[in-house]
Design a protein around this ligand. Structure first.
Ligand code: BES
Ligand code: ZN
Ligand code: ZN
Length: 481
């Protein structure tokens, strides 16, 4: 699949980069002292000085025989640097730059350079596949001194951005181009490219395993379900038991017979964002040869209607034998995830993280700014919260109070698939918890996975949340031993 890694090609140059005569210059300036040395026109000097004094990142374009982009970059926190990177990209794009050379990066630490370039590369993604005019598709070659970022960190950043782009494109693709079967094909290609094994279970195997949740949701669809397993087990893995990642792969959510009405169905191609994120995370980990044993599980189907579709009041039997009284066919995510959580047991995991666009209630709490987290692996939740602040995919924890369990009781089956009018995020999570017997946590990404407005280094549409979060978590968690 052409998933459009990035519209910026990152290169390094040695010494003074004399061979880059024709490239535009991007000059980063952090202090007024530096500005004064540049012999700028008085009006520009004044404006740039003011930007620095106001702690503002601003791009000034100086047009001559060669373009120079002067960037005031006064502050140093990682997120601000990512946003600065995005602003530089936007300006280069506006001026139709073909190649640009970064100058002034040496005053930043390696981590700061990484953040700036990360923002630049992430913002350069565009989903233009279905546009006749692919104007956004022109590539920009950017160059930076080889001394500012080690070759390893640079390669790591490229792989990470590539994995993020893969996730975004999978989510942005509409269901008529990206159904469960196609998802499995793309995952298999990604496995080859990034270096992990894929195992695709088709309908017969899913039936043999008695995955009643996945099969029930698929009943209304002409496209068969798939159950996707990604294995990455490097010889030098530092963990004895694997980390298992589970992602909701509802390729499109109509709501089923509990039909989504009044426009809320629009955007529901994003309902496989958890599954696409699992694929992106495993790709990033494998592509960067991170010494960690990771398994990804994605139950994939759409949630549609036919005369044979699941209806409210149906009782279904899940893979682990639990019976569920369906009271709302739009609460389908938990049904497909439950079987995947049961399947995870066979790996004797150290930790299971599931990620899903599970509830509108979560989106109402976080908006597009964050992720709801719930679970019983409190140590891992705390680590994730810290990482979340750094990568800026932030978490808010919600409770799994036992009182909420009452809401899931059914008079005729073991559970029902919805709670009451309150605590929708907590009851959905307690439903999932029922199918776990290992340390576990759940990320509800309904608010942040797919957004209306482009902002900073995010485009409108897919954001690939929580790919960067979980990738960075694995790296830090690994070093904790
Ligand atoms: N896919 C939706 C949740 C969703 C909402 C994702 C908004 C992204 C943006 C999910 O399957 C759903 O419909 N959940 C219901 C659950 C309810 C019926 C208990 C919801 O949140 O309304
Ligand atoms: Zn739904
Ligand atoms: Zn859904």
């Amino acid at each position: 699949m052409q998933y459009n890694y990035s519209n910026a090609l990152l290169n390094t140059y040695e010494a003074d980069g004399n061979m880059l005569q024709d490239a535009d210059n991007v000059l980063l300036v952090c202090s007024t002292k530096q500005l004064n040395r540049l012999k700028l026109q008085p009006s520009l000097l004044m404006a740039a000085t003011k930007a620095l004094e106001d702690n503002k990142t601003q791009v000034f374009t100086i047009l001559g025989n060669k373009r120079n982009f002067l960037v005031t970059t006064p502050r140093r926190n990682a997120e601000e640097l990512r946003l600065a990177g995005a602003l530089v990209f936007k300006n280069l794009k506006k001026r139709q730059s073909k190649s640009a050379k970064f100058k002034g990066l040496k005053q930043f630490s390696e981590a700061e350079c990484y953040a700036l370039l990360e923002g630049f590369l992430l913002s350069s993604y565009a989903f233009v596949k279905y546009k006749k005019e692919k104007s956004q598709d022109d590539k920009i070659d950017i160059y930076l001194p080889s001394t500012v970022l080690s070759a390893d960190r640079l390669a790591e950043l490229k792989v990470l951005v590539e994995a993020v782009s893969l996730t975004k494109t999978l989510v942005n693709e509409p269901v008529n181009y990206m159904d469960a079967v196609r998802f499995s094909e793309v995952a298999t290609e990604a496995g080859r490219q990034f270096g992990f094994e894929t195992e695709i279970l088709h309908r017969d195997k899913i039936e043999a395993l008695k995955m009643g949740g996945l099969l029930a949701v698929n009943k209304g669809s002409e496209t068969p379900p798939t159950f996707n397993v990604f294995h990455y087990r490097p010889a030098n893995a530092v963990n004895a038991k694997p980390l298992v990642l589970v992602g909701k792969g509802v390729m499109f959510d109509t709501g089923g017979y509990s039909l989504k009405t009044g426009g809320v169905m629009s955007g529901m191609k994003c309902d496989m964002a958890g599954g696409a994120a699992v694929l992106g995370i495993v790709s990033a980990i494998a592509g960067n040869r991170v010494p960690y044993h990771v398994i990804g599980l994605v139950p994939a189907t759409d949630n549609k209607i036919s005369s044979n579709a699941l209806v409210v009041d149906d009782v279904i039997t899940m893979m682990d034998g639990t019976t569920v009284e369906v009271q709302n066919t739009d609460a389908e995510g938990r049904l497909v995830l439950a079987d995947a959580l049961t399947y995870a047991k066979k790996f004797d995991p150290e930790l299971v993280i599931d990620m899903a666009t599970l509830t509108g209630a979560s989106a109402a709490i976080t908006g597009s700014f964050g992720i709801a987290v719930l679970g019983d692996a409190q140590g891992a939740i705390d680590e994730l919260k810290t990482v979340g602040e750094t990568v800026y995919e932030r978490l808010v924890q919600l409770p799994l109070w036992k009182e909420y369990r009452e809401l899931l009781k059914s008079s005729i089956a073991d559970l029902k698939n919805i709670g009451g009018s309150i605590g929708g995020v907590s009851t959905s999570s307690l439903f999932l918890k029922h199918f776990t017997d290992y340390p576990w946590l759940h990320l509800d990404i309904a608010g942040a996975a797919f957004v209306k407005e482009a902002k900073g280094y995010r485009q409108s549409g897919a954001t690939a949340v929580p790919v960067r979060l979980v990738y960075e978590f694995v790296k830090r968690h690994m070093n904790k031993g």
